[in-house]
Design a protein around this ligand. Structure first.
Ligand SMILES: [Zn+2]
Length: 491
């Protein structure tokens, strides 16, 4: 295959002599696929998580200090360092840590480390100073016997600290770039990028700045929260981010919560909590109005819906504006609990879907939540495709690994479970290629002459491979717009 000017220029059975000056990438018996697409991820959140200190699993204060030291070494002098996940119940003395224990390792950087529960945090002295907490009183600010602040803050005091953590387009840009490099190595050419609600301005500015300076190497299809719509109108970001590489596609709306937290909205109560049917975030009318507003702007509406009640509401609202053909590609995110009548509703209006195959292997408590009967309609991937729902695959990173290889493996094996919903290799690939492209409103061209040269080269011949082995497949090269953004040997 020969690529030129961002297009697949020639595919030939016979050996080609590469034109002089062409970069040559040997396939070495591996498999060449259309560039992989992650149809649902949160790269800015993942970038933030990667840059903060992960304290989960620490069993003593020394381990906490070692990880914080590493975090400080990555930060600039004076820059906030945040971490999460310590638990004093796992420490031998079972006592809350105090600021003095981290002051000596962090004389220059303010530090905030939240406990595993997220309701308590430890600040160092620089942090207390930066937040102006020195003279605060009340039970949110723990003090020792001598009346000195211990650095432990709770509830409101902790929320206020996090609100004051600096946000900037530069930081958001750094988060995105660290994730982009990893995504490229994983074989991803395009990310359907969900913008955070609490820092949409910084994230949109970061995307615009990186795009303008030519610093981005992958394609981004951007989904903003409804709160950002006025801002986009007022600032002209819709035009700024309207190119072939970075484009605002639509608006992400939350209809319900999650099964793990029992906040996904169900038609019938939770099997392990008979008084609870979860939480719908909108009335039927409210969601319909919002979807209509998005549609009337010419944008794609994507609605997070996990429980069957939320999927029903979303399918109804999207179906109303989609008509029969759904030209704007309105879709439902996750579509976890999807019984037959709701699949019918979606196919009737050509409502699309994104699915997260790795959820299948992570939701180990699904039977408890839903019971034996209902769980059969959880992630019915093969049936969805057979009935004609255009479904594409996403990681929901940082919830799951960003690796599309792992996503395909999960779609084909369902983690080894006995199920008739396992996808074939071809179907699993379609989730991350063809269906992903058309689901982002790009043309679904694929590996043909004249098509966009977005390619992923795998290190193995995947054709006859046993699905269980698929998770071991490596990525030799990722090519976007005819340029290698990652290639084995180059890094
Ligand atoms: Zn998500």
């Amino acid at each position: 295959m020969y690529c030129q000017d961002g297009k697949i220029a020639r595919i030939d059975e016979a050996t080609m002599t590469p034109p002089s000056g062409a970069e040559v990438i040997e396939a070495n018996g591996g498999s060449l696929c259309a560039g992989f697409i992650d149809s649902h991820c949160h790269p800015f959140e993942y970038g933030w998580l990667k840059r903060s200190v992960d304290l989960r699993g620490t069993t003593n204060i020394t381990a906490v200090k070692l990880r914080v030291v590493a975090g400080i070494q990555r930060a600039k002098p004076g820059e906030w360092v945040s971490g999460m996940g310590w638990d004093q119940e796992a420490f031998p003395e079972k006592a809350m840590p105090s600021r003095t224990e981290i002051d000596d390792i962090s004389p220059e950087n303010p530090v905030v480390l939240s406990r595993i529960c997220g309701h308590v945090a430890l600040l160092n002295s620089r942090g207390i100073e930066a937040l102006g907490y020195a003279n605060r009183t009340g039970e949110e600010y723990e003090r020792d016997r001598n009346g000195a602040l211990t650095g432990i803050v709770k509830e409101r005091a902790l929320e206020e600290a996090y609100e004051k953590l600096p946000r900037s387009a530069e930081r958001s840009a750094a988060y995105l770039q660290s994730v982009e490099a990893e995504a490229g190595r994983l074989g991803l050419a395009t990310l359907h990028c969900i913008i955070s609600r609490d820092s949409f301005r910084e994230e949109l500015e970061a995307l615009a700045a990186l795009d303008a300076s030519g610093s981005l190497s992958l394609r981004y299809r951007v989904y903003v929260p409804p709160e950002a719509l006025d801002y986009i109108d007022a600032t002209g970001f819709g035009k700024k981010l309207g190119g072939p590489c970075v484009r605002i596609n639509g608006v992400k709306i939350y209809a319900d919560g999650s099964l793990g937290a029992r906040t996904a909205a169900l038609r019938e109560p939770y099997a392990d909590d008979p008084s609870n049917t979860g939480i719908l975030r909108y009335t039927d009318e409210g969601l319909t109005d919002l979807v209509e507003a998005v549609d009337s702007k010419g944008m794609q509406a994507i609605v997070h819906a996990i429980g069957d009640r939320a999927v029903e509401q979303a399918a109804e609202a999207l179906g109303n504006v989609a008509g029969g053909l759904n030209p704007r590609g309105h879709r439902i995110e996750h579509t976890s609990l999807l019984p037959k009548d709701l699949r019918g509703k979606m196919t009737r209006h050509s409502v699309r879907a994104t699915v997260q195959p790795l959820f299948i292997t992570s939701d180990t408590w699904a039977v408890d939540r839903l019971g034996e009967e209902r769980v059969r309609d959880l992630y019915p991937l093969k049936t969805m495709l057979a009935e004609g729902i255009v479904a594409s695959g996403g990681s929901d990173s940082p919830i799951e690994s960003m690796s599309p290889i792992l996503g395909m493996w999960a779609a084909m094996t369902r983690g080894g479970a006995d199920s008739h919903e396992k996808l074939s290799l071809e179907q699993a690939l379609s989730l991350y290629t063809t269906n992903g492209r058309s689901n982002g409103l790009d043309s679904a061209e694929g590996l043909v002459e004249g098509a966009q040269a977005d390619l992923t080269l795998l290190d193995s011949d995947i054709g006859g491979m046993h699905p269980a082995l698929f998770r071991k497949v490596g990525v030799l090269a990722t090519i976007v717009d005819g340029r290698a953004v990652h290639s084995y040997g180059a890094d």
